[in-house]
Design a binder for this molecule. Structure first.
Ligand code: DGL
Length: 256
């Protein structure tokens, strides 16, 4: 057993979708969470910028003495996960492989959609992983920069006209039965899952990348024999590079 915390990071609130799941799976684990709200959004950045960011985020985690890292960010996971693994030299997982695996298992039609950030869509990472697992699948991918700023502002309801309009635009490629499974390839998007389901239909299975990443992290901890089995409720320390008070306020709403 290892009592050190696990580290989870993202550009902002999105990675809390992973925290939520990890707290259910391994309630005793202490979590150190970092939201890089000063540099959010990551999704429109170049690979060189993302590599620099990944390095900074990893160093932050190491300074806090974590035993394993979940990169709860689709953009970093798909563009430069190697930077994190090479720097951390700890058990590390991103969200792309676990979410791709869940989608391959979930689909019946063999047509999978990926809604992600522009940088994730550009990387082609989800398509490559799905092709490696199941070469006959069809993948439709769409990148958008519209959704992360809405979520960071706490705007996730379908009754918000801005949310509805943005989602109507980016869900178009997946409509009319084009896919039966949709990977929410950015960890911010599961916070919009209710609104997305309302527009695309409840019969399209949504894959929550944050939750898939948390399940993978739980497996890694067990395999390495470093999960915390103490009889306690773990802590969750929240850090943000921008306005920490505002971040904590929104985080409490999402984690409630
Ligand atoms: N939540 C992140 C992701 O999964 C980052 C989104 C962004 O900052 O653009 O891609």
């Amino acid at each position: 057993m290892d009592l050190r915390p696990v580290g989870i990071f993202d550009s902002g609130l999105g990675g809390l979708t992973a925290v939520r799941e990890l707290q259910k799976l391994l309630p005793a684990e202490d979590i150190v969470y970092f939201g890089d709200t000063k540099r959010v959004p990551y999704g429109g950045r170049s690979i060189a910028e993302l590599e620099e960011i990944a390095l900074d985020d990893t160093r932050f985690m190491l300074e806090h003495g974590v035993k394993a890292i979940l990169v709860a960010c689709g953009t970093v996971s798909s563009n430069c996960l190697g930077v994190v693994s090479r720097t951390a030299r700890l058990p590390v997982t991103g969200v792309v492989v676990p979410a791709a695996r869940e989608a391959v298992h979930a689909t019946k039609s063999g047509r999978i959609g990926v809604l992600a950030t522009v940088a994730t869509a550009r990387s082609g990472a989800f398509g490559r992983e799905i092709a490696a697992m199941a070469p006959d699948m069809e993948v439709i991918s769409e990148g958008t920069g519209e959704l992360v700023p809405l979520v960071e502002a706490g705007r996730t309801s379908i009754d918000d006209p801005g949310v509805r309009a943005a989602l109507e635009r980016c869900l178009r490629p997946f409509e009319n039965g084009a896919v039966d499974t949709l990977i929410l390839g950015c960890t911010h998007y599961p916070l919009l899952a209710g609104a997305i389901s309302e527009l695309i239909g409840a019969d399209v299975k949504l894959i929550d990348t944050g939750a898939a990443g948390a399940r993978e992290l739980a497996c890694l901890l067990r395999e390495a024999g470093i999960e915390c089995r103490a009889r306690k409720i773990g802590s969750c320390e929240l850090f943000a590079s921008g306005d920490e008070a505002e971040f904590r306020r929104l985080a409490d709403v999402f984690l409630a």
